[in-house]
Design a protein around this ligand. Structure first.
Ligand SMILES: Cc1cc2nc3c(=O)[nH]c(=O)nc-3n(C[C@H](O)[C@H](O)[C@H](O)COP(=O)(O)OP(=O)(O)OC[C@H]3O[C@@H](n4cnc5c(N)ncnc54)[C@H](O)[C@@H]3O)c2cc1C
Length: 419
C-alpha cells in the first residue's frame, strides 16, 4: 500500500509529490493524460517570484516580461511597466514534465494514462478506482489521497466537499505573430464578457492568444483572432483551440478523512486574473507540511487535516475574497464605464502611483483594489455599481464592510501622503 496517491500530475500534484517523497513517504501520482506533450489550456505566465521561489528551470522559460499593454474596450492604452522583470512566460507542458522529474528523483512513482473514476474512503485506507475508458482496471490503495485534478473533475463533489461557488470558462490557441513582443490584455464585454483576453508572446514570432469569459469562450476567441489578424498582429493560427476553466470561488472544503484537495481543484486561483500555478504550488507546500505530519502520526482524520485548510485560507483567503469582489465589480461595469476608469487612471497618474508602490504585485491584488476604490476620482463609479464589500466571515483579515475598508484606505492614503 502507498502512503499517498496523488490524482493529477499538474504543478500542484507534482510539487506535493516531491515534498512528500523527500520526507520518505511512498507516493504514487495517477495522471489521466497519456503523455507529457499533450496540450494544456494554460498560458503559463507566472511571477518572477514564483520562478525564484520554486527554482523553476531556465529551460522551461520562454521569456521574461516587465511590461504589459492593457487596452480598454474602445482601444485606449495603458502601458504598465517596471524596470525589473515581473513575470515569466513558461512552456506549460515542459513545466509539468520538469516538476514530475523532480518528484521522480525524490522517489515518487508516476502512472500516466490512469484516469481516476472514484475514491472510496475506508477505515484504514483509501481505495482509488482507476479506469482506461473501457471499464475499471485497478483499485490503487493508499493511506491517503490528494485530489489535484485542476478544473472540471467531479471527484471533489463526489466526496461531498462541495462545488466551485462560481467559475468562468476559457479558451486559447497558439498563433504566429508579426513580432508582438509585449504582453497585451484586451478588455470589453464584446471581447471577453466579465473577464479579459490576452496575447502573450512565447518564442520569437509566436504567441498564445486566449481569454476567460462568462460564456462562449470559443466564439469570443475566434472573434478576437479575426480582429487581431485584421490589425496585423496575428499572421496565422498554429493549433486548434483548447478549452478549460477556472474557479472564481473555492468549494466549501478542501479536506476530509484521509483526503486533501490542492490547487485549482481547491479553488486556489486568483479571481482577478485566473492565474493558479503559483497559488497551487504555495498550497501544495502547506498541504505537504500538514499531510506529512498527519502521515507520520498516523492521524489522518478530517479533524487532523483541518489545519491545512485553515493555513491556506489564512495565506490566501483575503486575496481570494477581495479578488472575487473586484471580479464581480468589473462584471457590472459597462464598456463606457471601463473606458472612463482608464481616463481617470491616466489623468490622475494612478497607474504610475500603483506601479511605484508595493501595493500592486503580480500575485496579490487585494491591496491595489483597496487603493483603487479609495481614490476620490473613482468613488463615483464605485457608488453607482453598489456592490457590497466582503463581510466579516473571513478568518484572515477583518473588513466589516465596504465603508470600513474605504475608511481604512483613506486613512492609509493620508498617512502616506498624496497619490
Ligand atoms: C485559458 C486559461 C489560461 C490560464 N493561464 C494561466 C496563466 O497564464 N498562469 C497561471 O498561473 N495560471 C493560468 N491558468 C490557470 C492554471 O492553468 C491552473 O490554475 C493550474 O494549471 C493549476 O494547476 P493544478 O496542478 O492545480 O491543476 P492542473 O494543471 O489542471 O493539473 C491537473 C491534472 O490532473 C489531471 N486529471 C484531472 N482529472 C483527473 C482524473 N480523474 N484522473 C487522473 N488525472 C486527472 C489532468 O489531466 C491534469 O494533468 C489558466 C487557465 C486557463 C483555463
Amino acid at each position: 500500500m502507498y502512503d499517498v496517491a496523488i490524482i493529477g500530475a499538474g504543478p500542484s500534484g507534482s510539487w506535493l509529490a516531491s515534498r512528500l517523497a523527500e520526507r520518505g513517504h511512498q507516493v504514487v501520482v495517477l495522471e489521466q493524460k497519456k503523455g507529457w506533450g499533450e496540450p494544456i489550456c494554460c498560458t503559463g505566465i507566472v511571477s518572477q517570484e514564483c520562478v525564484e521561489h520554486y527554482a523553476i528551470e531556465d529551460s522551461v522559460i520562454f521569456r521574461r516580461a516587465n511590461s504589459a499593454r492593457v487596452f480598454s474596450p474602445s482601444g485606449k492604452l495603458l502601458r504598465l511597466w517596471r524596470p525589473e522583470p515581473q513575470a515569466c512566460i513558461l512552456d506549460r507542458p515542459a513545466l509539468n514534465l520538469s516538476l514530475a522529474r523532480r518528484a521522480q528523483e525524490k522517489g515518487a512513482e508516476y502512472r500516466l494514462n490512469t484516469p481516476v473514476r472514484g475514491i472510496e474512503v475506508e477505515d484504514n485506507a483509501v481505495s482509488i478506482k482507476t479506469g482506461d475508458g473501457e471499464g475499471q482496471v485497478e483499485a490503487v490503495k493508499a493511506r491517503a489521497a490528494v485530489i489535484a485534478t485542476g478544473f472540471g473533475s467531479k471527484l471533489v463533489e463526489g466526496l461531498g466537499l462541495g462545488k466551485f461557488g462560481d467559475a468562468v470558462a476559457g479558451a486559447q490557441a497558439e498563433v504566429a505573430t508579426n513580432g508582438v513582443d509585449e504582453v497585451e490584455v484586451y478588455l470589453g464585454q464584446q471581447i471577453a464578457p466579465a473577464f479579459f483576453a490576452w496575447l502573450v508572446p512565447t518564442l520569437p514570432q509566436r504567441a498564445i492568444v486566449g481569454l476567460l469569459s462568462r460564456r462562449r469562450p470559443g466564439f469570443y476567441l475566434k472573434n478576437l483572432i479575426s480582429s487581431l489578424k485584421a490589425q496585423g498582429k496575428i499572421t496565422s493560427v498554429e493549433t486548434g483551440l483548447s478549452y478549460g476553466g477556472i474557479p472564481l470561488r473555492p468549494p466549501a472544503r478542501s479536506y476530509s478523512d484521509r483526503v486533501v484537495v490542492v490547487g485549482t481543484a481547491a479553488g486556489q486561483v486568483k479571481p482577478t486574473t485566473g492565474g493558479g500555478v503559483y497559488y497551487g504550488l504555495l498550497c501544495a507546500d502547506i498541504a505537504a507540511d500538514n499531510l506529512g505530519q498527519a502521515l507520520k502520526n498516523d492521524a489522518l482524520s478530517a479533524r487532523n487535516l483541518a489545519n491545512y485548510e485553515k493555513e491556506w485560507r489564512e495565506r490566501l483567503g483575503w486575496e481570494l475574497r477581495i479578488g472575487y469582489w473586484a471580479r464581480k465589480f468589473y462584471e457590472r461595469l459597462s464598456d463606457g464605464q471601463v473606458d472612463r476608469i482608464f481616463d481617470i487612471i491616466k489623468n490622475n497618474g494612478i497607474d504610475e502611483a500603483l506601479l511605484k508602490s508595493d501595493d500592486l504585485t503580480f500575485d496579490s491584488h487585494g491591496k491595489a483594489v483597496l487603493k483603487l476604490i479609495g481614490y476620490k476620482a473613482l468613488s463615483r463609479i464605485v457608488e453607482i455599481v453598489k456592490l457590497p464589500f466582503p463581510g466579516r466571515s473571513d478568518t484572515s483579515r477583518k473588513f466589516d464592510s465596504f465603508e470600513e475598508a474605504a475608511e481604512k484606505n483613506e486613512r492609509r492614503k493620508q498617512e502616506s501622503g498624496p497619490g
